[in-house]
Design a protein around this ligand. Sequence first.
Ligand SMILES: Cc1cc2nc3c(=O)[nH]c(=O)nc-3n(C[C@H](O)[C@H](O)[C@H](O)COP(=O)(O)OP(=O)(O)OC[C@H]3O[C@@H](n4cnc5c(N)ncnc54)[C@H](O)[C@@H]3O)c2cc1C
Length: 463
Amino acid sequence: MATGTVTEPFLDTVRARIPGLRVLTDATDREAYRRDETEYLPTGLPGAVALPTTTAEVAELVKVCAEHDIPIVPRGAGSGLSGGATGLEGALTIAFTAMDRILEIDVENLCVVTQPGVINATLKAAVAEHGLFYAPDPASFEMCSIGGNLGTNAGGLCCVKYGQTRDAVLSLEVVMADGAVIRTGGKNIKDVAGYSLTHLIVGSQGTLALITEATLRLRPAPAPRATLLAFFPTLESAGEGVAAIAAAGLSPVTLELMDRFTIRAVDDMHSLGLDRDAAAMLMIESDMPGAAADDELARGEAACTAAGATTTVRSRDVAEADLLRQARRAAHWALEKLGDVKMEDVGVPRSRVPDMLREIERIAAKHDVRIGTFGHAGDGNLHPDLVLERGDPRGAAITKAVQADLYQAAIDLGGTVTGEHGIGSARVAWLEAQRGPDAVRVMRAIKAALDPQGLLNPGRVLG
Ligand SMILES: Cc1cc2nc3c(=O)[nH]c(=O)nc-3n(C[C@H](O)[C@H](O)[C@H](O)COP(=O)(O)OP(=O)(O)OC[C@H]3O[C@@H](n4cnc5c(N)ncnc54)[C@H](O)[C@@H]3O)c2cc1C
């Protein structure tokens, strides 16, 4: 593992070899790159922060870091929830925010070529002007970058129909740990030449390569969404609703869940008139054209009613549907108004959602804590948010104990300790419990082959 720190001779070399590169060295500037959205994790102050604008600059930076044995932390917008982009003491953070150009929108081949610093929402808006749709849709889409989405293999609200970020990637341009620049594919829909380096690098959280360009798959823009809200008397019945929708063969674009605690927090923030007494709510969206959307939502409504929903409500127009979706996106912020929040990210097979919800209730009662649960129930991916009183002296200890119980429960249900946020530095201790020692050994062999010096985001994912 690289152990050097940024020094004046290192900075002099960088300035000499990459003239014009913006490098932040002032302590106040560097402080802004210490954390991501997991502010409870231990972090370090980067020794310097580089803001390259081209692939050539990134490649040269990597070479200089290799010569000086200085670890590199790749960073997008810093909205991550696993401590993958947090600073390492004295290391170089490479922030990709200045590589923010969309290079080509190729209508004929339904793809977009982009630098990694482009914000997800900006990319969506740019391709929408051509009648096209970029599907990956994290709730944080207005703040997170494409590079970060690729780094984490981000999920979001419409994975249930369109898949995760990885499913939208045709090709990457990456800088390897030795400074070599490679392309992992092209604009081809089908391409099986050799190992799929694209799939290996997406989700590797900057530990295998630095992503400097991506060719991403687009779709024709679907119809504006219609929304159904279904309110349930118990968490379990909402879980049954999720299973019933899947069993009915429906594939809504969104199938999201909020528990009562979260419903009330969101309603307090947005005054939406939600059913505050319901134990849980499902939000179901259709982006099918015309009458097909009505049909999909009617069948979803029937499945929910059969599972025990007490009330169902349809959005009256596109504006109302957008408002409801924004409210769901804001669930985490709404809970943050109530205390110190730690967002978790467990996933289970879809049919086990009712069991996981029951486990979350049990764990909250066991530790006598408040947990607000929401998430992408259609993917079996739930975000139990631990909400502690501000300044709760039990803070760190109770967080660790609750996390351990949540992770173990997910694993016992055949699930995962992280559905979309990543192992990062937050869940390193759980990787082996999740994957098993042999799988982790294979991962270490890959890391050693691609980054023998341990330069790229050391300590993350594999520890
Ligand atoms: C309110 C809220 C809601 C969220 N909702 C979702 C959601 O619905 N779905 C979801 O998946 N996530 C969600 N997130 C988490 C976060 O937004 C995503 O993980 C996102 O993909 C991170 O993007 P970023 O640009 O902020 O990356 P960062 O946090 O800066 O980095 C994330 C990881 O990617 C690596 N990385 C960044 N750029 C590169 C690059 N160019 N090359 C190689 N590695 C790189 C970093 O090293 C790090 O490991 C949410 C976060 C918040 C705060």
